[in-house]
Design a protein around this ligand. Structure first.
Ligand SMILES: NC(=O)c1ccc[n+]([C@@H]2O[C@H](COP(=O)([O-])OP(=O)(O)OC[C@H]3O[C@@H](n4cnc5c(N)ncnc54)[C@H](OP(=O)(O)O)[C@@H]3O)[C@@H](O)[C@H]2O)c1
Length: 321
């Protein structure tokens, strides 16, 4: 079957280790099943994998990809919850110390077929296309949990999203504005600021700009480049929810500001299977749909990786099989 794999790591030239080609069918452990992938989405996680973050050399070659929408062995349309729990784990899957994401321990979803635990299958709403559905399990689920489970903000509150163009960021803007939050966004790019407003942001600002007033919560995926601004943007007692650090993981923590203003710093990763079901239901009920920057056949996955690496995309990059 066709699949996109990491064949070797390169921190500086991640695409040099990407190979799109034929691989054997996936092995299916007890309690697992195979999904015929119709669409799969690209995430920054796949670039980290090619850089060697989260994988060991002895795991190579590894099929990349955390997101799949397709058809199960009984012919049902499904989404795949990409958080793989340790056997016997009960409760919030994101808090399982033994959990992994597809493509971290088990082969990923940038392939014509992917093996997954049967418990990870979630019905695909017929209202969403396979391509839209493929955006849900990682970026959109992460955004859903950040906003609705972790931020503590009520409708009417103000939420700042750093880095408006990202897969998670566009999901945050669309979901938050549909839920009645006043969404503000930052971007380095004027065109992306305009598109953020079209998507539902109440306003968009240049990265690092002084805001008209302080916000209830900040959604962070950029890391070092925006962390200081995120802390300064919060009202006393406000919350920064962080799920990524694209520009680097080690900004000054500014602990004086954190304790003096009683700020809350909340880490967040992916979401539960239940949250994925709720996200799918929310999209059906509101008519909100994932923002897709571009779609490529899986055979042309390299072009999608190149686009992600430029940082020019607005929304998700999707592959169809
Ligand atoms: N914990 C989790 O479960 C989870 C899930 C999904 C993603 N993540 C992480 O979250 C991050 C974002 O993921 P994604 O898929 O949304 O990535 P993405 O689509 O590649 O996000 C790109 C956005 O990041 C912003 N950005 C990048 N470098 C920047 C810099 N130096 N200064 C300011 N802004 C910068 C850009 O905003 P502008 O160009 O608009 O300024 C860009 O639009 C990644 O690090 C990813 O690994 C984590």
């Amino acid at each position: 079957m066709l699949a996109a794999t990491a064949q070797r790591f390169s921190p500086d030239d991640p695409l040099s280790g990407l190979v799109v080609g034929d691989l054997p069918e996936p092995e299916v452990p007890d309690g697992w099943t195979t999904v015929s992938v119709r669409a799969t989405a690209l995430n920054h996680h796949d670039l980290w994998s090619l850089r060697g973050v989260g994988l060991r050399p002895e795991q190579l070659p590894m099929i990349l990809g955390c997101d799949a929408a397709g058809v199960d062995q009984d012919g049902h349309d499904v989404l795949v919850h990409g958080v793989i729990s340790a056997p016997g784990w009960r409760g919030d899957e994101t808090l399982d110390p033994g959990r992994s994401l597809l493509s971290e321990r088990f082969p990923g979803a940038l392939a014509e077929r992917v093996a997954v635990p049967k418990a990870n299958l979630v019905p695909k709403p017929p209202e969403l296309t396979y391509e839209q559905s493929a955006c849900l399990p990682t970026a959109w689920l992460t955004a859903y949990r950040m906003l609705f489970t972790q931020s503590g903000v009520q409708p009417g509150g103000t939420v700042l999203v750093q880095g408006a163009g990202g897969g998670v960021a566009t999901a945050l803007i669309a979901l938050g504005s549909a839920a009645g939050f006043r969404m503000w966004a930052t971007s380095r790019d004027e065109g992306k600021r305009a598109r953020a407003v079209e998507l539902g942001a109440a306003d968009a600002f240049e990265t690092g700009a002084r805001l008209p007033e302080r916000v209830d919560a900040v959604m962070e995926t950029v890391g070092e480049a925006t962390w200081s601004h995120s802390l300064k943007a919060l009202r006393p007692g406000g919350t920064v929810v962080v799920s990524g650090a694209t520009s680097g993981p080690a900004p000054s923590a500014e602990l004086n500001r954190v304790f003096f203003l009683g700020l809350r710093v909340i880490g967040s990763t992916m979401g539960t299977r239940r949250e994925l079901e709720q996200l799918a239901a929310m999209l059906v009920q509101t008519g909100v749909r994932p923002v897709i920057d571009s779609t490529y056949p899986l055979a042309e996955a390299r072009a999608g990786f190149e686009r992600l690496a430029t940082g020019d995309a607005f929304g998700k990059i999707v592959f169809s099989t």
